[in-house]
Design a protein around this ligand. Structure first.
Ligand SMILES: NC(=O)C1=CN([C@@H]2O[C@H](COP(=O)(O)OP(=O)(O)OC[C@H]3O[C@@H](n4cnc5c(N)ncnc54)[C@H](O)[C@@H]3O)[C@@H](O)[C@H]2O)C=CC1
Ligand SMILES: O=CCc1c[nH]c2ccccc12
Length: 288
């Protein structure tokens, strides 16, 4: 039920609000069981990448799922081109996934493609026009990378930029978020739970604890700090990609939708506590 909630891209496509990721813990590992567990829990949005080395097992899960392919949202991302065209590379992904299209095709990172971004993006539009990808976007792009693509005003915007986003990178990311809002480029977050999984001793910790307790009182039942972080992203109308191999955690993430909204004061208190520390886990180029 909860997974039918969507965020709308500028082109009108509806993206399920939360996705299950096959990177990080599943990197270079068979993801089939984990993806099937996530689909059984209620996830219909799956996030893959060529660089994760497991598109074939993501494809097996899609083939063996009880949910029809057309009810799923499948994302994958371009790794290194290695002399291939974008179309050849995407066709390789489609073959590994056992699909004839993906819902979203992203440039995983601008790193290594700096001189070719405009041409690669032109090829992304071409494969989208051929129906191999329903939507196209980017990941780990800074303002200057987006500007390279948009230069000349003769092209389409990327529908979204998938970036690390949590309170400890908010201050550094705000100019990018403002740029994206101005151009209608949606933000998709990864790493949203870093303040409870990785950087647990920062200035946000006591604030998150107190707000979680307040939200639980309003909810009349227990709420977790992870759910409050997901609500913080939800308050910004951001698409979320997360992950877990535990059924209980998958349900906890999906159940965040039923948790009361954060008040503007709670959102501001989290912003303020997060701004006291800069901590980034992935894509250090984002700070350059
Ligand atoms: N485009 C890109 O460059 C990147 C994309 N991604 C995508 O995003 C997905 C999710 O990335 P993550 O950084 O793993 O997401 P995340 O920040 O949502 O963290 C998920 C992790 O948090 C742990 N967790 C949840 N609640 C916890 C708690 N209360 N205490 C301790 N640990 C807790 C889970 O066990 C899980 O391992 C990846 O699988 C991948 O698909 C991830 C990194 C980079
Ligand atoms: O997606 C998350 C981290 C990651 C793993 N491999 C690559 C390659 C290029 C950009 C990011 C990543």
């Amino acid at each position: 039920m909860s997974t039918t909630v969507t965020r709308v891209l500028k082109n009108g496509s509806k993206v399920p609000w939360i996705g299950f990721g096959t990177g990080t813990a599943l990197y270079n590992r068979d993801a089939e069981k984990d993806v099937l567990r996530a689909i059984d829990a209620g996830f219909i949005h799956l996030d893959g990448a060529q660089a994760y080395g497991n598109e074939d097992s993501l494809g097996k899960a899609i083939a063996n799922a009880k949910v029809p392919r057309e009810s799923l949202w499948v994302t994958t991302k371009l790794g290194a081109l290695n002399g291939q065209t974008v179309e050849e590379s995407l066709k390789g992904s489609l073959q590994r996934l056992g699909l004839d299209y993906v819902d979203l095709w992203l440039i995983h990172t601008p790193t290594g493609l700096e001189d070719k971004l405009k041409d690669v993006w032109k090829q992304f539009i071409e494969v989208r026009n051929k129906g191999l990808a329903k939507n196209i976007g980017v990941s780990n792009f800074r303002i200057k990378d987006l500007e390279k693509i948009l230069e000349g005003g003769d092209t389409e915007i990327p529908q979204l930029n998938q970036i690390e986003l949590h309170p400890y990178v908010l201050k550094a990311t705000q100019p990018l978020l403002d740029f994206q809002n101005k151009h209608g480029i949606k933000t998709e977050s990864y790493g949203g739970l870093i303040p409870v999984s990785t950087k647990t001793d920062g200035p946000l910790a006591p604030v998150l604890k107190e707000i979680t307790s307040e939200v639980a009182k309003r909810h009349g039942s227990p709420v977790t700090e992870a759910q409050v972080l997901l609500k913080w992203l939800e308050a910004r109308d951001i698409i979320i990609v997360t992950t877990s191999s535990k059924e209980s955690r998958l349900k906890e993430y999906l159940d965040a939708l039923n948790v009361p909204q954060l008040t503007p004061e709670e959102v501001s208190a989290i912003d303020a506590a997060g701004s006291k520390l800069h901590f980034r886990k992935f894509g250090q180029h984002m700070d350059s």
